[in-house]
Design a binder for this molecule. Structure first.
Ligand code: FEO
Length: 169
């Protein structure tokens, strides 16, 4: 179980890194709102990683930090970034589900309860990504797509990072 949690810790850190790359790309192409949205996502992923980090420490386990894979640096379009985001979050959801399966198989009730927060979080994350992809499709199909994109950029600029409660929040 510990090995699987350390592996998930690495995946969450990679998620943070991936969204930071997307934030940088958004800034570079002049979409400040998208850059903000991905920067908030980067911060959220860091809190996910730290939740696992704290949990391993609380259980008296050994945190093992592995190398973080390099994320892509180029993206074709805002839509491609969100499609990659959704694809990545689906991968994370599968990974969390496998952790839950393992916790149940090992009768590790504490870890199973700990992981439930992540199960719920993944529903929200995939939901957010799906919503933005739908909007991007509407913008792409409509006339004057540029205006729609700028409006969406303004909407994404409003996202604010809210730090979670210190423990178990
Ligand atoms: Fe940490 Fe985006 O799941």
């Amino acid at each position: 179980m510990l090995e699987a949690l350390n592996s998930q810790l690495n995946k969450e850190l990679y998620s943070a890194y991936l969204y930071l790359a997307m934030s940088a790309h958004s800034t570079r192409i002049g979409l400040k709102g998208f850059a903000n949205w991905f920067l908030v996502q980067y911060q959220e992923e860091q809190t996910h990683a730290m939740k696992i980090y704290d949990y391993i420490n609380d259980q008296g386990g050994q945190v093992k930090l592995a190398a973080i894979e390099q994320p892509p640096t180029e993206f074709e379009s805002p839509q491609e970034m969100f499609e990659k985001t959704l694809e990545h979050e689906r991968f994370i959801t599968r990974s969390i589900n496998e952790l839950v399966d393992l916790a149940i198989a090992e009768k590790d009730h504490a870890t199973n309860i700990f992981l439930q927060w992540f199960v719920t979080e993944q529903i929200e994350e995939e939901g957010n990504d799906n919503e933005i992809i739908s909007k991007l499709k509407l913008v792409g199909e409509g006339e004057g797509g540029g205006n729609g994109l700028l409006m969406l950029d303004k909407e994404l600029a409003a996202r604010v990072f809210t730090p979670p409660a210190p423990r178990g929040g």
